[in-house]
Design a protein around this ligand. Sequence first.
Ligand code: GDP
Length: 179
Amino acid sequence: TAETGSPYRVVLLGANGVGKTAFASIFAGAADSMDSDECELCGDEMCEKVIEVDGESAAVTLLDTWDTESDDEWAQERCMHTGDAYLLLYSITDRASFLRASELRIILRHFRPAQHTPIILVGNKCDLVRRREVSVSEGRACAAVFDCKFIETSAAMQHNVWEAFHGIVRQLRLRRDSK
Ligand code: GDP
């Protein structure tokens, strides 16, 4: 049974180079029920598609819009208002990106003080074991402080990326059902 209503807007956030584009292309390239594996509304920055999670369809718009390194506060603000849920990415090989994720979480909390906005902290590039700078337990502890879920992924190996997308849909449904 398809969910009615507007698509869930899921925003990819994180420092440059953590894998947001790689996540977006995995999402966009997913072979669906359609004859083409291309996404209908795919631009560079946004992709809308219907995915199946736990046997139920969910329309998801994935947004990869914002250069988080820029000082464009207007763009930052727009991004913080636009999402129903956020995948907050860092690279396990880049401690600075992990610290950036914390900053982004704080900014996000500032813009979304009241609502409980679903967020998953995503430690990407877990295939690069020998270059690891952020341990699994640090990631998990950070997520606990942030009161959000945590997952390690590898976009390069396509490991856990769909689990992250599915996880965010599950959280959005929980929130929807509790309303
Ligand atoms: P963005 O700036 O956040 O959009 O990051 P990109 O998606 O452009 O990724 C930056 C670089 O990291 C690219 O060269 C990707 O191929 C690489 N990359 C992304 N995800 C992974 C991953 O999981 N493992 C490895 N080894 N490389 C990755």
